[in-house]
Design a protein around this ligand. Structure first.
Ligand SMILES: [Zn+2]
Length: 384
């Protein structure tokens, strides 16, 4: 297997690039491209529409099919978080490596890159494909243009390992995410005469209360114990409305999210909300303002992941980890998108999801070692 010190050096570099999703990831991608170049591995970049970001696809070895090792380069913001050490300087304390993205998921990328000399040194009977995306944290947007090219100018792996933090457990299913924006349009009035206006914030409050009821109904009707919680969830995340305390507000917008079980119908919550709006709210709003409206639009959707029972990717991860069981998780990854693009996927990587996105994010050295061993064993398996 590759050396831990190589992986730590690479992780130091990767963490040093501030690849918060809102920023460019090109410095990181150029660093990876140069590193691969030095090891005689060519890579193809798939740029974003505005050329500020890119995904990277690199293939090692000959043969067809091959195994994909996939990670996202972006990380979540540190805004508002209190860190013990600088989030963009890898810092070791008590067997743990601290820094933004160490766990989610630059630790995995560092292990993959550290293993490149090993992949190169062995004669492989199957290819290894390194896939690095962007904008995973904002609706898994960045990997989509790359996936569209699989089977065209980019080879389609026969199985993909997505190294999101699972503590090296084998994850073969996750929930779906849908993000919605609901806009309420009412009617402005002087706040001394609220009855001649239609208060958009009050209507939004009723809608949000209804969403909580919808969530409760779903929670009592669904039960899939392999997910925590074992039902689909609904939650409101942002709200904006009004202009001044003495004006009855004309508009209010809120954004909310549904995380559905793979087996659940994804549009249950928006349908129930719209039925409530049509029957309970809009008739009384339109008595005062005929243009009153409630509109819900889908903003992003990340498909669920449910590996096929005989999935090559899951079988491979089980063989490499020695796991005797697989699990489902409530967070989303690019796995469902890879499956849709014809690549069986599995989620398995170093670090604990509990540390992802949090202040003082870390990956333990023990987890990096487990990942390096996993990649070393993969190399042995693919040896000609
Ligand atoms: Zn992630």
């Amino acid at each position: 297997m590759a050396s831990l010190s190589d992986a730590k050096d690479l992780l130091t570099k990767l963490v040093g690039f501030d690849t918060t999703s809102a920023k460019s990831n090109l410095d990181l991608i150029t660093f990876v491209q140069d590193y691969l170049d030095e090891h005689g591995v060519a890579s193809i970049l798939v740029p974003s529409a505005d050329d500020q970001k890119a995904s990277l696809y690199a293939t090692i070895g000959d043969g067809k099919g091959g195994i994909g090792l996939s990670g996202h380069s972006d990380c979540v913001p540190v805004t508002g978080q209190t860190w013990t050490s600088d989030p963009f300087t890898l810092t070791e304390r008590g067997g743990k490596l601290y820094g933004r993205g160490t766990c989610d998921m630059k630790g995995f990328i560092a292990c993959v890159l550290a293993s490149v000399p090993l992949f190169k040194a062995r004669k492989l009977k199957e290819q290894i494909h390194i896939i690095i995306s962007y904008d995973e944290e904002v609706g898994c947007a960045g990997v989509r243009p790359l996936l569209a090219r699989l089977g065209q100018d980019l080879p389609r792996p026969r199985a993909v390992i997505i190294g999101e933090p699972t503590s090296m457990q084998v994850i073969d299913g996750h929930k779906r995410i849908d993000v919605y924006r609901t806009t309420v349009t009412g009617k402005e009035a002087h706040s001394s005469l609220p009855a001649i206006g239609v208060n958009a914030i009050s209507a939004a409050a009723e809608l949000i209360g209804e969403l909580d009821c919808i969530a409760e109904t779903i929670a009592t009707t669904e039960n899939e114990p392999r997910f925590e919680p074992p039902y689909s969830t609904v939650s409101v995340g942002m709200i904006e409305g009004g202009t001044a305390p003495n004006i009855v507000p004309k508009t209010c917008t809120f954004r909310w999210q549904v995380r559905s079980l793979p087996s659940a119908s994804a549009d249950e919550a928006p349908r129930a909300l719209s039925a409530f709006a049509e029957t309970a709210l809009l008739p009384k709003m339109r008595k005062i303002a005929k243009d009153a409206a409630i509109e819900t639009v889908s903003q992003t959707s990340v498909p669920p992941f449910a590996a096929a029972p005989q999935s090559d990717a899951v079988a491979l991860a089980i063989a490499l980890t020695g796991a005797n069981r697989t699990s489902g998780v409530s967070y989303a990854t690019e796995a469902g998108l890879f499956e849709k693009a014809g690549c069986p996927a599995v989620v398995c990587g170093p670090g604990d999801i509990a540390q992802a996105h949090a202040a003082d994010e870390f990956v333990s050295i023990a987890q990096l070692e487990a990942c390096l061993k996993f990649l070393g064993d993969l190399t042995e398996r693919l040896r000609a």
